[in-house]
Each structure stands twice: as C-alpha cells, then as structure tokens.
Ligand binder design. Structure first.
Ligand code: PHE
Length: 344
C-alpha cells in the first residue's frame, strides 16, 4: 500500500508539469486527494493492511497530501504570473506619451488643495461612522435661516451678508448648516453626518475673506450627547489632519442654532522663525450643542434627543496647513499656485 501511495505521488509530480490551465491543475489535484480521488480509494482498503502498514500509512498519506497541496499552490501561482505577463504584453502602456507631453509643456492636472483636504476630512469622519451628505447651493430662506433658529427679524441675519435672488425668497447658501436641516429632514435619530461644500457671502474680499469659500458641516444627534463627545471628535479630527495631538481651547461663541455655542481654537505656530499673526491661538472650528428649536424644526423631539454641530472652514485649514497668507490665492486659478499641490 505504501508503494502505491508513492507511485501515485510520483505520477502527480509528472502530470502537473504537463498542464498549463488553472482548472486542469485543480482537477488533477482532486483526482488524487479529492473525496473520490485515488488516495481515498487506497485508504479504503486500509482494513486489509497489516498492523505495521496501518501505523505507517496515516503519516504517509498526510505527508503526500500536504506535498500535493504545496505543488498545486506553486503551480497556480506560476500560471497566474504567466497570465499577468501576457496581459501586460498585450495592453502595453506607453509611458513615452506622458514624457512627450511634459516636453511640449503640457502638464497633467491635479486636485485642488481644498478638495484634497475635503476628501481627507471626509475619510476621517467616515472611518468614525459618519455619513457624507450633500445639499444645493441655491437654498430657500427656511433651510438657510428659519430652521436654524434665525427668524426674519433676528439681528443674526446681519452677520451673514447674503446673495439674495430677485424673488427675495431664494439665496446662495451662506453656510453649510443648511445641510444640518436637510440631514434632519431625511433621517431619524440617532445619526451622524458631515456635509461639505461651497458657501457664498456678499463680502469685500481681503486676505482672509472671499465671496465663495468652503465649509464642512458636521452633526451628531442621539441620546445623552455631551460637550465631551464634541471635543473628542474635534480632537480626533485635528490629530489626523495635523498628525499630532493638538492643544485646543473652547471659548464661548454665539450662533443662534447652538446653545451653548463655542469657538474652538488651536494652538498654532507658523512654521519658520519668529512669531507672526499665524502664531498663537487660532480660531478654527465654530461649534456647539444643537439648539432645541433647531431639533424641533427638523422634526426631532429635543426632550428625547440632543446633539452637537460644528462648521469647519476648509480654506482656513488649507491655509494653516501650508502657511498660505492670502485666501485669494486659492481661487485665483493661477497655475503657478495650483501646481504646487499636484500629487504627480
Ligand atoms: N454655520 C456657522 C457659520 O457659518 C458655523 C457653525 C456651524 C457654528 C455649526 C456652529 C455650529 O458661521
């Protein structure tokens, strides 16, 4: 019996060299060590074997089985490699095209730094279980103001100079907090999401102000959410973005849609020697606990649920990270500026 097993193994070794398809290899293997394979057949007659033979046969057949497994794996890998090489040879990639483009002064495009950072922040939040929501640029009064506890007569409306449409009913959203409202409309608590996008304000531009910039809104609603939760998520975000633990402080801040409201500052030193206006505490993240009126407007019972919200300035984040002193560079469309951020 032992000889039979040896013979079977030797035959397998020769046979496997003569096949070149994945399926043939697998068939060969199961012909020998499959349930109805030749090895199983031999083992069926174990009862007729002498006691010595029986002792030896167990280890022997196990050893042959594992050798066959190994040979099969090796052969499959070889076949895969051959297939990959054949494919590569067929679909040749012509790198000379890119080189000749570069020689002729044509450059491949890259992602804008604001968009890069937006995707990074989205990734960080999705890894913590947040959804990513979108909302329209053109909004109505209710989504931009009313539902956010900013009634028509409220002085807070002056805080944001707004681009109104002629009908005085529609506007270009002044903040991504509109996405909070749309998020509450479309889901039931508990939930957590972020909503990035462009926002518009009718402002005189200077080094830190633009008419169009980017925010990323965040909202978490559930039971017994605390300021501690808010700080945890904000610190995790900052740690991921700046690749180190950041020192933060909370100051009281007023926004009609949060109570209490905060300004979250980070301790920041502009890279390079000396102090500058970028050094010290830097206002980065307005946030707070969602006002009960806002929850109510979104169809959520504030006695049962509460939550936090924040609005991250993405352009500001890019400026801090790369020590850019004028926000207007970001929208200038100047390729000399943009090219510095291309990843290839
Ligand atoms: N929407 C506010 C703004 O644009 C920022 C903010 C968002 C503040 C969420 C608190 C909570 O100024």
């Amino acid at each position: 019996m032992l000889d039979k097993i040896d013979a079977l193994y030797e035959k397998f070794k020769t046979d496997i060299n003569s096949v070149s398809k994945q399926a043939d290899v697998l068939n060969l293997k199961s012909e020998v060590i499959g349930k109805k394979g030749s090895l199983s057949e031999i083992l069926k007659s174990l009862k007729d074997a002498t006691p010595e033979e029986r002792k030896a046969i167990g280890p022997k057949s196990n050893q042959v089985k594992s050798e066959i497994e190994k040979l099969t794996q090796k052969k499959l890998q070889e076949i895969e490699l051959i297939e990959i090489n054949e494919k590569l040879a067929k679909n040749k990639i012509d790198f000379s095209l890119r080189n000749s483009m570069l020689e002729r002064g044509l450059v491949a495009g890259g992602e804008h730094p604001v968009h890069q950072i937006q995707r990074e922040v989205e990734d960080i939040f999705t890894s913590m279980g947040f959804d990513v929501l979108d909302g329209p640029h053109i909004e109505d009064d209710w989504h931009n103001f009313g539902a956010l506890n900013i009634p028509e007569t409220h002085p807070a409306r002056d805080m944001q100079d707004t681009f109104w449409f002629k009908d005085m009913k529609h506007l270009l959203r002044t903040h991504t907090s509109t996405i909070q409202v749309r998020g509450m409309e479309s889901r039931k608590p508990p939930f957590k999401f972020v909503g990035p996008g462009k926002v518009f304000r009718c402002e005189r531009t200077d080094t830190t102000h633009e008419m169009c910039f980017h925010q990323l809104e965040g909202m978490m609603v559930g039971k017994d959410i605390t300021v501690g939760n808010l700080i945890y998520f904000m610190k995790t975000l900052l740690k991921e973005i700046f690749k180190k633990d950041m020192e933060v402080r909370l100051r009281p801040g007023f926004f009609p849609f949060v109570e209490p409201g905060f300004e979250l500052d980070i301790r920041w030193k502009k890279p390079g020697p000396g102090e500058s206006k970028h050094s010290g505490w830097l206002e980065l993240l307005p946030c707070g606990m969602v006002h009960p009126n806002v929850l109510r407007a979104g169809g959520i019972d504030p006695d049962e649920y509460n939550g936090f919200a924040f609005g991250l300035g993405l352009d500001r984040l890019v400026m801090v990270r790369y020590a850019i002193e004028d926000i207007r560079h970001l929208h200038s469309g100047d390729l000399r500026f943009n090219k510095q951020f291309a990843k290839f």
